[in-house]
Write a protein that binds this ligand. Structure first.
Ligand code: HEC
Length: 155
């Protein structure tokens, strides 16, 4: 006996969208079942937010916040606070014990420099005491920088 034919029903789309930039955290799956008749226009399934600032905030929480504070008045952590870091000269948070390597780096933190730092800290500042925090995913690095840009007086 054959199963009854499914007439007029199209069952479409269970979508699980891995959101770029949050590799460490399991992505929130979006599930939607769309029932439509043949000939109906295609259904647009709403996607998860691809807002890079939101993705960067999550990636920062996962990869950076253990050592870095995001607020101006935070107590010092293992690393210097990153509030206002975009456009800031390297090694310029008063009272933070930077490595000689960071003090001598001559860098000013623009987006691309921060992306390079978190791709491979020793690559851009050989001898830095930032011994962890490398982020392997380029989208996540970019998203983190978009988030860092919101931290500061202009953010
Ligand atoms: C294990 C702790 C640790 C983690 C995790 C970490 N950092 Fe760092 N970071 C440091 C330390 C320590 C320094 C100071 C390095 C030095 O003086 O050589 C630093 C320095 C920096 C600087 C230079 C700041 C300045 O004032 O010159 C930036 C930018 C930075 N980190 C960004 C990040 C980002 C973004 C992440 C996450 C992707 C991250 N760090 C993860 C410890 C960490």
């Amino acid at each position: 006996m054959s199963p009854p034919p499914l007439r007029g029903l199209v069952l479409a789309a269970t979508v699980a969208l891995p959101l770029a930039g949050c590799a460490k955290k399991a992505p929130d799956p979006i599930e939607q079942i769309v029932v439509r008749k043949p000939g109906d226009p295609p259904v647009v399934v709403p996607l998860a937010s691809t807002d890079p600032v939101a993705a960067g905030k999550r990636a920062f929480a996962a990869s950076c916040s253990a050592c870095h504070a995001a607020s101006a008045d935070a107590a010092k952590g293992v690393g210097p606070a990153l509030y206002g870091v975009i456009g800031r000269k390297a090694a310029s948070v008063p009272g933070f014990a930077y490595s000689a390597a960071m003090k001598g780096s001559g860098l000013t933190w623009s987006g691309p420099e921060i992306e390079a730092l978190i791709a491979n800290p020793q690559g851009i500042v050989p001898g830095t005491s930032m011994n962890a925090g490398a982020v392997s995913d380029a989208n996540a690095r970019h998203a983190i920088v978009q988030y860092l840009k919101t931290l500061g007086p202009k953010g």
